[in-house]
Design a protein around this ligand. Structure first.
Ligand code: PAF
Length: 281
């Protein structure tokens, strides 16, 4: 695996590939787990060359404490990437991505910047689109793989692509869960075994609304999911909602043949977790 830290080295390496060869990018912030590895495996199926980026992007952290505590097990990440034969690891320093620390960035994300993750993490999606735009410009991938766990993130990245007209195709990969149902996340590393057990209530609530989806209303389902999570004293619920997949607006009715999504965010042991589940009739 090539390990590259500058855009110049990256371009020099990628320019040796033929233009008909497909490049896929898997952007990450490291602390890799099986969810990331599944993204790399999906990328390997659709591309000739897979680049994984590891960059803990400061501009997307609305909480400095979260940025500071973000896990950075780089040696372990490199071994994992080597074990699945990832072609290139791009791990730039902050100055490589942000040579001008005062650089400003703002794109119109519409409602997506004002609801759910946009509302609870002000500025987060501006930071995400800023860094993803820079990574796309550096790598020039044909395809970029993102996990469904960050569903709203995929929507904002698609919106950024629509606005900037960068020709990148997004590939959405399914959520990977542990045996008990907890959605894999780099943040889980900060949970104690007891915290992980409490956090299971989030996927339990999502599964419960999925089971009842065909015989219920969005309002009843929302109450049900909320109640299940609130019954766990060590979990502090931020939101639980049944939404339209196109806009993430709260669903008011359920139309047959249409897809919906249940989304949740909650705090466990000071760690903020998100999860979701697609719903169909
Ligand atoms: O999902 C993540 O890990 C990050 O938000 C991303 C897409 C790598 C941008 O920093």
């Amino acid at each position: 695996m090539e390990i590259l830290t500058t855009k110049k080295e990256l371009r020099a390496y990628l320019d040796t590939y033929h233009s008909h060869q497909k490049i896929a990018l898997v952007p990450t912030m490291g602390a890799l787990h099986q969810g990331h590895l599944s993204l790399i495996r999906e990328a390997q199926k659709v591309a000739d060359l897979v680049v994984c980026s590891i960059f803990v992007n400061p501009t997307q952290f609305n909480d400095p404490n979260d940025l500071e505590k973000y896990p950075r097990p780089i040696e372990q990440d490199i071994s994992l990437l080597q074990s699945i034969a990832c072609d290139v690891l791009f791990m730039p320093h902050v100055e490589e991505i942000y040579p001008d620390p005062n650089e400003s960035w703002h794109i119109d994300l519409g409602q997506l910047d004002k609801i759910w993750e946009g509302l609870h993490r002000p500025g987060h999606f501006q930071g995400v689109t800023q860094v993803v735009y820079k990574l796309f410009q550096a790598v020039k991938p044909h395809i970029a793989c993102f996990g469904q766990k960050d569903f709203q993130q995929i929507m904002v990245v698609q919106r950024m692509l629509d606005l900037t007209r960068l020709p990148v195709q997004l590939l959405i990969c399914p959520i990977v869960r542990d045996e008990e149902g907890l959605a894999l996340s780099s943040r889980n590393a900060r949970l104690s075994p007891a915290g992980k057990k409490s956090a299971l209530v989030i996927s339990k609530a999502l599964r419960a609304v999925k089971n009842d989806f065909s015989e219920s209303t969005p309002e009843v389902l929302q109450q049900k999911g909320t109640q299940i999570i609130q019954e766990e004293p060590d979990v502090k619920l931020e939101y639980f909602a049944i939404c339209e997949t196109q806009t993430l607006a709260k669903a008011t009715t359920i139309a047959h043949g249409k897809q919906y999504i249940a989304i949740a965010a909650a705090w466990v042991e000071g760690v903020r977790l998100i999860d979701n589940m697609l719903l169909y009739v």
